[in-house]
Design a protein around this ligand. Structure first.
Ligand code: XBP
Ligand code: MG
Length: 233
């Protein structure tokens, strides 16, 4: 029997990547005096690597082989990423990034039906809180019995670790839960622990391979905004 819904955050609860994370990375680079510019298509490629610090390292390795590496590369990336998190949470505070269609309705309906809620994401915990508080209100983080995020586990998606953590905290088996994802990396993480997974695609993930998803739809929609089934098992 279904007991809980577990949600990814970026791309699933809200379209945070193009106008949120990407913009924040670029502003952090500019603040640090770097001429790096992650345009929309490039950022799509960089999204293959989950985790902001991991993404910066991947960018350096792949696109900036000539950039002189600071002695403390890890500290350098950590500093950039801290600035990015500050800028990103400020952006969320300005209220310009809404939840995706149907998300709030589903969360409220699930709670009313007695289902428990959880979150499993690779992003930084403060980012999740900022998104929830700025869209659903200051009380909304308490709607979730577990907010599993970022470095609470050693390996980020597509590794299953964050879902293992979330299921463990909920005290439920995978068969008692339904995961919501938007990307192939997220789907792989959820499927690796046996979670049935519903995918809502977005502009960055529309062409991903979603083999193994229970259902792939364009968005959750609503009464006057029906969703379209893109792929069903
Ligand atoms: C989200 C991510 C994250 C964010 C940036 O993936 O890949 O890296 O883009 O977040 P998912 P941080 O939706 O699969 O969890 O900079 O806080 O790491
Ligand atoms: Mg996602």
């Amino acid at each position: 029997r279904l007991r809980a819904l577990i949600f990814d955050v970026d791309g699933t609860l809200a379209d945070t990547e193009r106008d949120g994370h990407r913009v924040a990375f670029n502003r952090a680079f500019a603040e640090a005096g770097l001429d790096w510019d992650w345009d929309v298509p490039l950022y799509g490629e960089l999204l293959e690597v989950t985790g902001g610090r991991e993404r910066i390292l991947y960018y350096l390795d792949r696109f900036r082989p000539d950039f002189p590496r600071p002695d403390d590369l890890d500290g350098f990336i950590r500093g950039l990423h801290q600035a990015k998190t500050r800028i990103y949470t400020d952006l969320l505070g300005s209220g310009r990034i809404p939840l995706r269609p149907g998300v709030e309705r589903l969360l409220r309906a699930a709670r009313a039906a007695g289902l428990r809620l959880g979150i499993a994401t690779t992003t930084t915990p403060v980012n999740v809180l900022a998104l929830l508080e700025n869209t659903l209100g200051p009380e909304s983080p308490a709607w979730f019995d577990v907010i599993a995020a970022g470095e609470m586990v050693p390996a980020k998606k597509p590794a299953p670790d964050i879902y293992v953590y979330a299921l463990d905290a909920l005290g439920l088996s995978a068969a008692e839960c339904l995961a919501f994802e938007d990307s192939r990396n997220g789907l792989l993480a959820a499927r690796a622990v046996g979670l049935p997974t519903l995918v809502t695609v977005n502009a960055y993930t529309r062409d991903h391979d979603f083999t193994g998803a229970s259902l792939v739809i364009d968005e959750l929609g609503g009464p006057e905004r029906p969703f379209t089934v893109l792929q069903g098992e």
